[in-house]
Design a protein around this ligand. Structure first.
Ligand code: NAI
Length: 354
């Protein structure tokens, strides 16, 4: 297994390989950069095909968290953890506690939270062995499920994009395609519906699709058909890497912005969107609401701090759209420049490796 020469290594400060034979825990914890503060990022549990796939995932996700925190103005670094295993069969209280011990050994350099395959309730177990955890249930003093806040940030971001693209002051009358009706996608549909947008939706789970059709008078399409839907906005809220050569060619919208992480399959897909005249709201900027919410738990949950931070997503995007236009670069490039400038200031002028 290559680590230092891995194509996704990106000068990570630390990568910990964790094993606890008694509970069957095998995990990786990646700390990308702590220039702005301790590394915060979720802990994913997934039945990876092999260890290389787990390593690639943790490195890419942790790298992305550095930029998300920097762009959101948070004093936090980027990190992520992955547990190799099937959450439905292998997740036990003992395994979660062993993961907590591994986090504790890092002495606070990494702060963990829920992610795909783990839940807010699981972190009640993790908390028994480490204090370096956020996103706890409200009854344990945490801020609960971050998904509604992520959805609100996406909603503000889409409003900013519509203002920039069309001078629209609200989303009333806009046609929006939402891919994925999970925790974030569902809340986003609610906000868009209340704002008077019309919805086209897709999900692999047919019961969620039926519920959205009934609740929001949404138009359901098959998962692959969502890219070609004739809408104003496409909001990816399911998986990453959905914007590739094929899907971008099929898009029939003016704006792309949603909650999914790592939406661009490759960096140059940002340029492809620009060439097609589609305004892309960079994922790590528009989906930072949940991170802002859980980050506030570190110093005692503060609703004003969260409200200000989430509203700020729209303003940050507006500045990124303007600087991308002025420099003639894709919005993804402008967003990375914005985050890197903050990181370079924190690092005494030393830029972070790309
Ligand atoms: P979730 O797991 O609750 O929902 C995902 C939904 O997408 C599920 O309903 C699933 O059936 C559906 N789906 C999967 N593949 C699909 C496909 N090909 N076509 C249509 N639907 C498909 O996840 P959640 O929490 O809603 O997150 C959504 C995305 O946003 C994920 O990529 C996540 O990493 C990202 N994200 C979530 C945050 C949060 O606060 N929950 C914060 C930042 C990013």
């Amino acid at each position: 297994m290559t680590v230092f020469s891995h194509e996704a290594f990106a000068d990570h400060e630390q990568v910990a390989f964790v094993c606890d034979a008694a509970t069957g825990l095998k995990a990786l914890i990646a700390i990308h950069d702590t220039s702005l503060g301790p590394a915060l990022g979720g802990c994913r549990m997934y039945p990876y095909a092999d260890e290389q796939a787990a390593l690639r995932d943790v490195l890419r996700l942790s790298h992305g968290m550095t930029y998300k925190a920097a762009a959101a103005g948070l004093d936090l670094g980027g990190g992520k953890a992955v547990i190799i295993g099937d959450p439905r069969r292998q997740k036990t209280p003992e395994l979660l506690q062993a993961m907590g011990r591994a986090v504790e050994r890092l002495g606070g350099r990494y702060i963990t939270a829920e992610d795909v395959g783990t839940s807010v309730a699981d972190f009640a177990e993790v908390r028994k062995t480490t204090g370096h955890v956020v996103g706890l249930p409200t009854e344990l003093g945490g801020s609960g499920d971050p998904s509604p806040t992520t959805a609100l940030g996406v909603f503000y971001g889409l409003n900013a994009a519509a203002r920039h693209r069309w001078g629209a002051t609200r989303l009333s009358g806009c046609a929006v395609a939402v891919q994925g009706l999970g925790n974030v996608g569902w809340h986003l549909c609610q906000l868009l519906h209340e704002a008077g947008a019309s919805l086209t939706i897709s999900d692999l789970d047919e019961s969620r699709v039926a519920k959205a059709v009934a609740t929001f008078s949404a138009c359901a399409v098959a998962p692959e058909a969502i890219y070609a839907a004739e809408v104003d906005i496409f909001a990816p809220c399911a998986m990453g890497a959905v914007l590739d050569d094929t899907s971008i060619a099929r898009l029939s919208c003016g704006i792309v912005g949603g909650a999914a992480n790592n939406q661009l399959a490759r960096e140059d897909h940002g340029e492809q969107l620009r060439a097609r005249g589609i305004l892309y709201a960079p994922d790590f900027v528009i989906n930072a609401g949940g991170m802002i919410r859980v980050a506030s738990e570190r110093t005692g949950y503060d609703q004003d701090f969260v409200d200000r931070g989430v509203e700020g997503i729209g303003r940050t995007l507006q500045a990124i759209f303007e600087s991308a236009e002025a420099a003639g670069v894709p919005t993804q490039t402008a967003a990375l420049r914005h985050a890197r400038a903050r990181l370079a200031r924190a690092r005494g002028g030393h830029a972070l490796a790309a």
